[in-house]
Design a protein around this ligand. Structure first.
Ligand SMILES: Nc1ncnc2c1ncn2[C@@H]1O[C@H](COP(=O)(O)OP(=O)(O)OP(=O)(O)O)[C@@H](O)[C@H]1O
Ligand SMILES: [Mg+2]
Length: 261
């Protein structure tokens, strides 16, 4: 697993810039008595060419944060920006275009189209956008995720791990500014999960890809440069250069707090 042979041309400014940013971002679902505050004034930056993990209990707002940042859901207050672009300022068409051109999304359930082959699934977003796939790049992505012999297979003919690797390749193929992944290894056995995580890690290191990933798994979070912890729709903690053990310690601490409150 290596991208070392043909690195993407270096763009120095990318190293320090912010790929996406939430500022006092709130998201409220429903009204009146059924109202749920899923995100409560969240401010967070996702640096370019960084791998950030988002953790927190079920219902803490992780998926909501990803959806709002990726323009898949509207926000109630505050701001969500991809690069310098304020998502709320965009019309439907512009938002669709931004999602298509700048954002990759990997879901827990692989979300592949069953009637298309692996290769067709990978290149579909570009086909829709009317962009010609960069064949050299596609070859490299496909080889790196280990799908070279499987490109003609349909999702039903692939294992869960292979299907998720197709989904990862699809996100990377268009070389988006940022990839959001919502529990990408949640449905995988540990070996397939490690492969997918290693691949995401490598895409950050070798291709300056920016990745934001929700996970429940401390080992998965250990692949990231930074872990952001959410609880009840707020950011409560951050860890840099996390190890799985450090993440686990932090999770235990939150559990203990939860019980005493
Ligand atoms: N479409 C919706 N309508 C109403 N409430 C919603 C909706 N989506 C999410 N919520 C609520 O918002 C809160 C945050 O949900 P979210 O899906 O972001 O949590 P999560 O941290 O991703 O949880 P999990 O780990 O279980 O995936 C929850 O209380 C949830 O019930
Ligand atoms: Mg979720």
């Amino acid at each position: 697993m290596s991208f070392a042979a043909a690195p993407r041309p270096a763009v120095p400014a990318r190293a320090t810039a912010v790929a996406a940013r939430a500022t006092d971002l709130s998201k409220v679902y429903g009204q009146g008595e059924t109202q749920v505050v899923a995100l409560d004034s969240v401010s967070v930056e996702f640096g370019r060419a960084r791998f950030t993990a988002i953790m927190g209990p079920s219902g803490s707002g992780k998926s909501t944060l990803m959806h709002c940042m990726a323009g898949l859901d509207s926000i109630s207050a505050g701001s969500a920006r991809i690069g310098d672009v304020e998502l709320a300022s965009l019309g439907d068409k512009q938002l669709t275009r931004l999602r298509r051109d700048k954002i990759g999304f990997i879901f827990q359930a692989f979300n592949l189209l069953p009637t298309l082959t692996a290769l067709e699934n990978i290149t579909l977003p570009m086909a829709i956008a009317g962009r010609r796939p960069d064949q050299e790049w596609i070859d490299r992505v496909v080889e790196t995720v280990g799908l070279s012999g499987r490109l003609g297979h349909r999702p039903a003919q692939l294992s869960g791990g292979q299907q998720q690797r197709v989904a990862v390749a699809r996100a990377l193929a268009a070389q988006p500014e940022i990839i959001f992944a919502d529990e990408p290894t949640g449905n995988l056995d540990s070996r397939s999960g490690a492969e997918v995580l290693g691949f995401l890690r490598e895409s950050v290191r070798a291709m300056d890809q920016t990745v934001v990933m929700v996970t429940h798994d401390p080992v998965a979070a250990g692949y990231a440069d930074r872990v952001v912890f959410l609880a009840d729709g707020r950011i409560v903690e951050e860890l840099h250069e996390p190890t799985a053990d450090a993440v686990l310690d932090r999770m235990r601490m939150f559990d203990a707090k939860g019980r005493t409150n």
